[in-house]
Design a protein around this ligand. Structure first.
Ligand SMILES: [Zn+2]
Ligand SMILES: [Zn+2]
Length: 431
């Protein structure tokens, strides 16, 4: 076998030393695939500069852009990439990406094709098997790529304490023994973020709902469907007996994802959709007035939230505040607010605005959250069960400070091409 002919080159164009913005290329004899096409997390939402990594050649064809899940830091530069590069992802991931792109009025020029979990498909010399995994994004996957006898597992983003943790454990038990290279995320290295289960959060929310005499305002990501389920179940718990009030965008996400499993939807009991002027205008403006009309039977006015405060668990985001204030929905010391996202987001931007809004009214805080990413110990458990010849770190900032407990780390810099087969051969793998 000629190693010159069978070269497999891996290039991390971005995310070797940062959380998010993943853009990873695998090339084999002139054919290429891209693992994710992410926008850096530091890039402002309204920044129109190009965020294509400098080292990514957009002049040459790509057999497929494989998107692990529908988080911006994994697909956010798609609208800048060539229309001729086909995109592969899960069906729900495509729907979520199209929904968000529609709101921001971004056009996606590429053709999309959907994969099925556990069903391999081929792109040139690459054989790809997606595995549904556990992450705060719905429909997230790990990807096994086999090319010229070399097995590469890309973890995407994952955790082992969410509602789908059994999928990760199943993969650890059943993966074939030829994973030569593991490209793994390390978001939570160097942090002590909470990694408790969604079931534990559910209990904590039930306690909070029972012990609060007023409204409970909660801020969470509409696309974090695990969290929506947790809040819905806590509301529907007989002892808590509250109604979850979501905004139109969250209702749209729920309505869409309900087609993919038994998930709460706007027409269910214990759910109401708050129809505010600003959101209604935005839906009309972006041509989605029909969805707005469909939600009217499940809708509630913001003004109604000013009455019967012990009944409501109210989704809160900055874009709702103006309407809330004008309808008399003002937080008070008998209400509680809960930030159910990463605490770092409270230091600036929308998070800081919300924090000030509640604090200035003397509304107490009770933050209940668990990370969408694996804990450091879960990362070590996963890597040692896969036993790769090389472990290639991505999507983390503390890999260099916390390498203990990980075997065979191969550290790459952004844009540095690596002849993967040579590294694997040096460690007794494929030659
Ligand atoms: Zn990510
Ligand atoms: Zn993610």
């Amino acid at each position: 076998m000629n190693s010159q002919i069978d070269s497999v080159t891996l290039t991390i164009h971005r995310a070797a030393n940062e959380i998010g913005g993943n853009c990873i290329e695998i090339a084999a004899n002139g054919e290429r695939i891209l693992l994710d096409a992410g926008r850096p997390l530091y890039a402002p939402e309204d920044d129109t500069c190009s965020f294509i990594p400098r080292t990514l050649n957009t002049e040459l064809p790509v057999a497929g852009v494989l998107l692990s899940h529908a988080h911006q830091d994994h697909y956010g530069i798609l609208n800048e990439l060539p229309a001729s590069w086909p995109v592969y992802c899960g069906k729900a991931t495509e729907s979520l990406i199209r929904l968000t792109s529609g709101i921001f009025e971004k056009t996606l020029p590429q053709q999309f094709r959907n994969w099925e979990s556990d069903s391999p498909f081929e792109l040139g010399p690459f054989r790809i098997t997606p595995f549904l995994t556990d992450h705060s994004a719905f429909d997230a996957y790990m990807l096994l790529i086999e090319v010229y006898g070399c097995g590469i597992l890309y973890s995407g983003d994952f955790r082992m304490h969410g509602r789908k943790s059994v999928l990760v454990k199943r993969l650890m038990d059943s993966l074939p023994p030829y994973v030569d290279a593991l490209i793994m995320e390390g978001t939570n290295l160097g942090s002590n973020k909470s990694c408790c289960s969604e079931e534990e959060l559910e209990e904590r929310f039930i306690d909070l709902f029972k012990s609060t005499s007023g409204r409970v305002f909660v801020s969470w990501s509409a696309q974090n469907i695990d969290r929506t389920v947790t809040l819905f179940k806590a509301c529907a718990n007989r002892a808590a007996g509250r109604t979850l009030v979501v905004d139109l965008y969250t209702a749209e996400v729920m309505e869409m994802l309900a087609d993919f499993g038994r998930l709460p939807r706007p027409s269910w009991g214990h759910v109401k959709v708050v129809v505010t002027k600003a959101f209604a205008r935005m839906y009309e403006k972006t041509g989605r007035g029909d969805f707005l009309q469909r939600m009217i039977p499940h809708g509630i006015s913001a003004r109604a939230l000013a009455e019967n405060p012990s009944k409501w668990v109210v989704m809160t985001r900055k874009s709702l505040l103006w309407d809330f204030e004008h309808c008399g929905v003002i937080p008070s010391p008998s209400d509680v607010w809960s930030w159910s996202m990463w605490g770092g987001y409270l230091k600036e931007g929308d998070g800081l605005v919300l924090k000030d809004w509640f604090e200035s009214r003397g509304c107490p805080a009770c933050h209940i959250h668990t990370s969408g990413h694996a804990s450091p110990s879960a990362l070590k458990e996963f890597a040692s069960s896969i036993q790769p010849k090389v472990l290639i770190p991505v999507h983390g900032v503390d890999w260099d400070n916390e390498p203990e407990g990980f075997a065979n780390i191969l550290r790459l810099a952004d844009g540095e091409p690596c002849e993967l087969r040579q590294h694997i051969a040096a460690r007794g793998g494929v030659a």
